[in-house]
Design a protein around this ligand. Structure first.
Ligand code: ADP
Length: 578
């Protein structure tokens, strides 16, 4: 058995020329049939197709028997002659070369392969790639010697058809997948959108019409900020892309916002999306799932309102009780030792309740975006000095070392001094609360951010306390999050402090991070952009959402009475940083 060397890429042009240059009228017919095969109807099934293919191949040669054989299942799928019959089929199948390539079994003196037929000179196997999974070969039982060139030409034709057939199969599969994708995108009950590099919508499903009012047809080709207009977050997608192009490791994002629909009504949506990047890592497309969360938001708002009203109602009687208890405390000489202990216990429990109602009020106001920040230029060192004066005694009473190292450089930032004091008091209080021995220290760090070249100042609060387990770190700034260890220590608290701290910091354009190891201690770092050049100070604009009268009263109490109210009046002319 001989194997014939072929180099399809090299021969391709040659065969195309040969195909093109066919002059013989009968062969011309073959060319026509071949073209018909290439552009075959999608509806043809495999059997019909193979039959037509066999016929075309048969026309290209005029000597012998042409067969299509399924080598996997040992079956003859097509034959140009009626050679069927148990004995013949068996004989033919046995004689077909076992290997896969173009090959030939020659019988120089001729051999009888099919009953009642002249002697055959050879059996040629030409692999065809039409249905690769089936291992089908074209078999020619020739009565004369087939010139090598003819054999190669046959293989060329079969691979040509194979390529076209593959294309048909792929495009059929692609169409099927597209249909599936279409069904999926239109029938999932969440909004699905795909934005192209120019930030216009290329995919927009039906559920998005229910959310935004824009139909897929209307949305197609429209820019993102026209379709998804988020209140107070103009250009949200371009800003996100700019940010994510700086950090190529991250690809997914999520955000919530209130949008204005086509009919000018408003809805709350949550967006969770991913960026698709090109080979250089630049963002090309954005795909996002969008959910209507208006109902959840409404419920949340009602819950917040309830907490807000309930805590307001609670606060007055608690403050009265605290007032009376403190009156009693100032005259406690008349009380027995036991009565004094009861009084002290009642007083500290009331203090805790006051703290809790304050925290709850602040959380609801933060969640409803009703908290005002009186932003101005603040020297961070003066805030830290005040906080450490307030807490150094508490730390020392507990046997902890208390260290503070103030910097010599300027630490000017834009912030609300009262809220900043609350932030640092909370962090230093926690550092003392959650440390049994060792030290609590406060220091500063000044640096320039590599990516944005922004000058930053960080206040670092370090303790050698119980530490935070790594499984708790992620949720440590969530509402009501307390660690097991904190519970073991029997330190009172409800887990609202760090949530308020983080929200306050972020509202003042800052950020907070924590590093901690169990039993080793924790390091909280609070960072703000530092104002080194007053001419480059961010513009301060007045807040959009006004506070209610009760908020103002609550603020006045937080800010420490009359002096704070006066300060509030002065400060109300200021606003928040853009
Ligand atoms: P609270 O102290 O009222 O429980 P916080 O929100 O201030 O609430 O803190 C949340 C939880 O984080 C605490 O309960 C405690 O488990 C943990 N935590 C906060 N600060 C520290 C710290 N410095 N060291 C160890 N754990 C801490």
């Amino acid at each position: 058995m001989k194997r014939i060397n072929t180099n399809p890429s090299q021969l391709w042009d040659q065969w195309l020329q040969r195909l093109h240059g066919i002059e013989d009228p009968q062969k011309k017919y073959f060319r026509l049939e071949l073209i018909q095969l290439l552009v075959r109807s999608e509806k043809d099934d495999k059997k019909t197709f193979l039959h037509r293919f066999g016929t075309v191949m048969c026309r290209s040669i005029h000597f012998g028997t042409v067969l299509l054989v399924d080598k996997k299942n040992q079956k003859i799928l097509y034959s140009n002659e009626n050679i069927y019959g148990g004995k013949n089929t068996k004989k033919i199948l046995e004689r077909i070369p076992r290997n896969k390539g173009l090959s030939i079994k020659q019988f120089p003196r001729g051999r009888k392969i099919i009953e009642n037929r002249p002697l055959s000179k050879g059996i040629y196997q030409i692999p065809i790639t039409i249905f690769p999974e089936d291992n089908i070969v074209l078999v020619i039982i020739s009565l004369e010697n087939l010139p090598v060139e003819d054999r190669q030409f046959l293989q060329f034709v079969s691979s040509l058809i194979g390529v076209f057939e593959q294309k048909t199969i792929i495009s059929r599969e692609l169409a099927q997948e597209q249909r599936l994708l279409g069904l999926l995108t239109q029938h999932i009950n969440q909004g699905l959108v795909l934005f192209s590099p120019d930030l216009t919508a290329t995919l927009w499903n039906r559920p998005l019409q229910r959310i935004t009012g824009y139909s897929p047809k209307e949305a197609h080709g429209k820019p993102f900020d026209e379709l998804i207009k988020i209140k107070n977050q103009s250009n949200w997608l371009s800003k996100l892309i700019k940010k994510y192009n700086l950090n190529k490791q991250q690809n997914s994002f999520s955000l919530e916002g209130e949008i204005t629909t086509k009919t000018k009504s408003s809805r709350w949506i949550s967006i969770s999306g991913s960026f698709l990047r090109d080979e250089n890592g630049n963002i090309e497309q954005t795909i996002a799932l969008i959910r209507d969360i208006s109902k959840t938001k409404e419920l949340e708002e009602r819950k917040n309102e309830f907490i807000s009203i309930a805590t307001h109602e609670l606060r007055t009687p608690i403050t009265v009780i605290k007032g009376y208890l403190s009156l009693l405390k100032s005259n406690q000489n008349n009380l027995s030792e036991k009565q004094q202990t009861y009084l002290d216990n009642a007083y500290s429990a009331t203090e805790r309740l006051v703290g809790l109602t304050e925290d709850l009020l602040q959380v609801t106001r933060l969640d409803q975006n009703r908290m005002k920040f009186n932003l101005r230029l603040v020297e961070l060192t003066s805030i830290i000095k005040k906080v450490s004066d307030d807490f150094s005694e508490k730390a020392r009473d507990k046997g902890l070392e208390f260290n503070i190292s103030l910097p010599s450089y300027k630490t000017t930032i834009v912030g609300d001094p009262i809220r900043l004091e609350q932030v640092f008091s909370n962090l230093v209080d926690n550092a003392i609360k959650y440390s049994i021995k060792g030290s609590v220290s406060i220091s500063f760090e000044h640096y320039t951010k590599r990516t944005t070249k922004e000058d930053k100042i960080a206040v670092i609060i370090k303790d050698t306390g119980i530490g935070i387990d790594h499984k708790d770190i992620e949720g440590i700034f969530d509402k009501f999050h307390r660690t097991e260890k904190a519970g073991d220590l029997r330190v009172v608290g409800v887990g609202l402090g760090l949530y308020i701290v983080k929200s306050f910091i972020e509202k003042q354009n800052g950020s907070i991070t924590v590093k901690s190891r169990l039993k080793r201690g924790s390091v909280f770092a609070v960072t703000f952009p530092v104002i080194s050049d007053l001419s480059k100070m961010p513009k301060i604009v007045p807040p959009k959402k006004l506070e209610t009268a009760t908020d103002k009263k609550a603020d006045a109490i937080t800010r420490g009475g009359v002096a704070a109210i006066a300060e509030e009046k002065i400060g109300s002319s200021m606003g928040r940083v853009k």
